[in-house]
Ligand binder design. Structure first.
Ligand code: GAR
Length: 194
């Protein structure tokens, strides 16, 4: 059984979908939900689902490395095999990323390689794109640049704002991430396009 940690910074809607998916004959189980923000709403949701949680406020640590050392300890204590970033908004250092090489996934709200980084929906609308979406990828030291494991597309509609577009993309994220996580645990590395 693959032991999965989910890292969040906010509301954790993707985390909830991942947790809900890991039941029955699924080859993975969630063992920890961790956050860099002790007030993240998703931590409450995780506890309500009976999961172990950990929070380390990144602002209370003098360096990224000091914060990541706490995180690493929590992951090791929980015997984690695989890390799923789900709305985790801290950039991780190359050292941390290399410790989890091939064992850390992220969901990003754009059709990578377009729009790495922040404000993806505003940038897609601004560019006049007719399609937007989300991508699950392996995490590498370069931001949002790892191997693409799955993508879901939506149309950009006339009059879309970053908020309306992000709402539609988020509901596709909820479909995509559980599918890709399961395939990944089962050893599949080809991209899933939905
Ligand atoms: C999601 O849209 C996710 O793709 C995005 O944050 C949101 C988290 O929502 N992640 C990033 O922008 C990472 N760079 P959630 O907390 O409800 O899952």
């Amino acid at each position: 059984m693959t032991r999965v940690a989910i890292l969040i910074s906010g509301g954790g809607s993707n985390m909830v979908k991942l947790v809900e998916s890991m039941t029955g004959d699924h080859p993975a189980r969630p063992v920890l939900v961790a956050s860099n923000d002790p007030t993240a709403g998703g931590l409450v949701k995780a506890r309500d689902m009976g999961l172990e949680t950990a929070a380390a406020d990144h602002r209370a640590h003098e360096s990224r490395e000091a914060f990541e050392a706490i995180l690493q300890e929590a992951l090791e204590d929980a015997g984690v095999d695989l890390v799923a970033l789900a709305g985790f908004m801290r950039v991780l250092t190359p050292g941390f990323v290399s410790a989890w090489k091939g064992r850390m996934l992220n969901i990003h709200p754009s059709l990578l390689p377009k729009y790495r980084g922040l404000n993806t929906h505003a940038r897609a609308i601004e560019a006049g794109d007719t399609e937007a979406g989300c991508t699950v990828h392996e995490v590498v030291a370069d931001l949002d640049a790892g191997r693409i494991l799955g993508q879901a597309r939506v149309s950009v509609l006339e009059g879309d704002t970053p908020d309306t577009l992000s709402e539609r993309v988020l509901s596709r994220e909820h479909e995509l991430y559980p599918l890709v996580l399961r395939r990944f645990v089962e050893g599949e590395r080809s991209p899933l396009l939905i």
